[in-house]
Design a protein around this ligand. Structure first.
Ligand SMILES: Nc1nc2c(ncn2[C@@H]2O[C@H](COP(=O)(O)OP(=O)(O)OP(=O)(O)O)[C@@H](O)[C@H]2O)c(=O)[nH]1
Ligand SMILES: [Mg+2]
Length: 175
């Protein structure tokens, strides 16, 4: 990590609805980045991110967990966040300190309450404000093995983006 140029540091927050697979995305990133030698699993209770006893017991993230690894001359510094209502404050805090938000969406469920909440928080906290490239927010489609992939392609991401933009506009109008 100490040999990585500052310009090659990427930081992002992983947010989204509970159970959409935020932690299940975090563990393989660490594994692929050779930070850990064994792939962690929420289900098996050995996730790197869900490392607290109450997280392991409930199989849900309850705290924001900062993680890091290297990937192709880049440092990936990221935060896996909870969507559990009482703990969403940690997700908000994480979104205030990152350049980019990755919003994980379950392919079979589409936009859910927590998806909207995370998306809106990323906008509220203007996540891209410190990022010179203005990378913005990414939507990650997860759980593709749960659905017939031909059902979600083509246009799934475009449809999700449209739904999120409409939801953000509606939520703003309701405020
Ligand atoms: N089959 C399948 N299971 C998945 C996938 N992604 C996640 N899961 C499983 O779904 C469950 C929930 O995944 P998590 O990664 O804990 O979800 P999360 O978004 O971190 O949930 P919270 O921490 O509660 O907000 C776990 O048992 C995962 O193993 C996927 O793409 N396919
Ligand atoms: Mg989690």
């Amino acid at each position: 990590m100490e040999n990585v140029a500052v310009t090659n540091v990427r930081n992002f927050t992983i947010a989204g609805h509970a159970g959409s697979g935020k932690t299940a995305l975090s563990d393989p990133i660490l594994f692929k980045g050779a930070k850990v030698s064994r792939l962690g699993s929420v289900y098996d209770g050995n996730s790197v991110s869900n490392d607290q006893p109450d997280e392991r017991e409930r199989q849900h993230s309850l705290y924001a967990t900062p993680l890091c690894c290297e990937w192709k001359d880049h440092a990936l510094c990221f935060i896996d966040t909870p969507d559990y209502a009482d703990y969403f404050g940690d997700a908000k805090a994480a979104l205030t300190v990152c350049d980019t938000a990755l919003i994980v969406v379950n392919a079979s469920e589409g936009v859910e309450k927590g998806t909207r909440r995370s998306w809106n928080a990323a906008i509220d906290y203007n996540v891209t404000r410190n990022c010179k490239e203005r990378i913005g927010h990414f939507v990650i489609m997860n759980g593709k093995d749960h659905v017939n992939i031909s059902q979600v392609k083509p246009g799934f991401i475009a449809a999700i983006s449209k739904q999120l933009q409409e939801a953000a506009a509606k939520d703003a109008a309701d405020d």
